[in-house]
Design a protein around this ligand. Structure first.
Ligand code: ATP
Ligand code: MG
Length: 246
């Protein structure tokens, strides 16, 4: 495996008129190609800030981020589909806005929609789809620009427990099949352990790395199966103890 992302001594201070907030103090990590890393930490510790900086939505205060010529894609918390656009148009929108839409890219998006069970819904509108299907559309929209690294910030948090399980299973399979790398931010330790090759535990704000776990399951499989693995509850309990609960 080769390294596709390196973050060194990342720091972020937010400035408002009233005060300065240090959200991220000294955060360093590497990501290997094909690796899924989950980041967990107490609420408000700076998790979203790290992803916002990686995706270019926020400026860093200091530190270095390098990912060569690799591309980064950002998956939002809600599916944010436009109800008045068809499924296909929703998926093409990003490319259209960036003026990057070509016949070839359109064919690629259609092939993804077909491959992942949405072939019959290209011309349907989002309100005809189940929550799970909508989330799959949102993922394919993110994949349309062919990112190498996917950033996901609590991507399943708006869903009920049952849907979270099936959708995390879906997202996991699709990203593995398409050979993407993932940085997943989540509150949910079970989700982190069942999806990540590695789990990074952050301190209270400002975010620094408190501990890192290499997740070695007896029979690594997909998220739902991983939850049944013998080693799963060991990691769950260790990480739970490590997080600074308020
Ligand atoms: N744009 C902003 N301007 C000023 N302060 C901000 C801004 N965005 C975040 N913060 C502050 O930075 C800190 C970290 O916020 P962040 O959203 O990164 O945490 P988080 O770990 O993602 O939280 P949560 O668990 O609630 O998702 C918080 O104290 C927050 O209030
Ligand atoms: Mg957040």
């Amino acid at each position: 495996m080769s390294k596709i992302l390196e973050i060194k001594n990342l720091k972020k201070n937010y400035h408002t008129i009233q005060k300065e907030t240090c959200a991220v103090k000294d955060f360093s990590m590497e990501l290997e190609e094909g690796e899924f890393v989950a980041i967990v930490g107490p609420s408000g510790c700076g998790k979203s800030t790290i992803l916002s900086i990686l995706s270019g939505l926020e400026e860093k205060s200091s530190g270095t981020i390098s990912y060569g010529d690799k591309k980064i894609g950002y998956m939002l918390q809600t599916d944010a589909l436009f109800e008045w656009l068809t499924i296909l148009e929703n998926c093409l929108l990003g490319l259209r806005i960036k003026k990057e839409l070509t016949e070839e890219k359109k064919d690629y998006v259609i092939s993804l929609l077909k491959k992942y069970g949405l072939g019959d819904f290209l011309d349907s509108y989002p309100n005809h789809l189940s929550g799970g299907m909508r989330q799959r559309v949102a993922l394919i929209r993110t994949l349309a620009t062919k990112p190498d690294i996917l950033l996901a910030d609590e991507p399943f948090s708006a869903l009920d427990y049952q849907s979270r399980l099936t959708i995390s299973e879906d997202v996991f399979r699709i990203l593995k099949e398409e050979k993407k790398s993932l940085i997943l931010v989540t509150h949910d330790i079970a989700e982190a352990v069942s999806m990540g090759n590695r789990v990074i535990v952050l301190t209270k704000r400002p975010a620094m790395i408190k501990k890192e776990y290499e997740i070695v399951l007896e029979h690594p499989s997909t998220p739902i199966e991983n939850r049944k693995d013998k080693a799963f509850s060991y990691y769950y309990e260790e990480i739970w103890k490590e997080i600074d609960h308020e």
